[in-house]
Design a protein around this ligand. Structure first.
Ligand code: COA
Length: 168
């Protein structure tokens, strides 16, 4: 199911058949350097199952990013329900295959997810939890209109809390 369309991208619900394409991003040790480890094939399959379950439970989740010009899945971006220090928040998350970094794809997807989060999900605010040393991710959050509003510790690791409120 297609959720969002932008100039260069389509964001649609993940499917089990996306495992190979998503593994190119999620099983890459360089791309996953700010995670505990790169995902195994089993973890990629579980990742897809998690977001498919989230579509049913929450009506949102992380989506597969399809590059229009090739029709290929190049990563994921979307909305993730998170518990941040006891408060339920909707996080914008993103991963893009390394060979396509630096072309603005994550920013394009994240901006669309910010608009959808306010207009369709009616979120009171949207956040991203980002490790301080993850400068590309911080830059994407900033270009999507977010700024740092605090810090939180997850699995013993400090994360900046980036956030954006709905337009007035
Ligand atoms: C974060 C990620 C999704 C960005 O994808 P992308 O499509 O390359 O992002 P964009 O091209 O839209 O923007 C990247 C920005 O980071 C900047 N950037 C890249 N490396 C950087 C660095 N080392 N220091 C500072 N900025 C950096 C780019 O210059 C660009 O900003 P600009 O447009 O102002 O020049 C990608 O790097 C990724 O998949 N990382 C691994 C997964 C991850 O960490 N996800 C976030 C978890 S919180």
């Amino acid at each position: 199911m297609t959720v969002l369309e932008t100039e260069r991208l389509v964001l649609r619900h993940m499917e089990p058949e996306d495992a190979d394409a998503l593994a190119a991003a999620l099983s890459d040790p360089v791309a996953m350097q700010y995670y505990p480890h790169a995902f195994s094939r089993e973890e990629v399959a579980q990742w897809i199952e998690r977001w498919m379950a989230s579509y049913d439970a929450n009506a949102y989740g992380l989506y597969a990013i399809v590059l229009r010009k090739t029709g290929k899945v190049i990563g994921d971006c979307g909305h993730a329900l998170q518990d941040v220090d006891g408060k339920r928040e909707i996080e914008i998350g993103y991963h893009v295959c390394r060979d396509l970094w630096g072309q603005g794809y994550a920013t394009e997807a994240a901006r669309a997810c910010v608009a959808y989060g306010f207009e369709t999900l009616c979120a009171p605010r949207l956040i991203s939890l980002i490790r301080p040393e993850n400068f590309p991710s911080r830059r994407v959050a900033e270009k999507a209109g977010m700024s740092i509003v605090g810090e939180t510790v997850r699995k013993d690791i400090l994360h900046f809390v980036y956030a954006i409120s709905p337009p007035a």
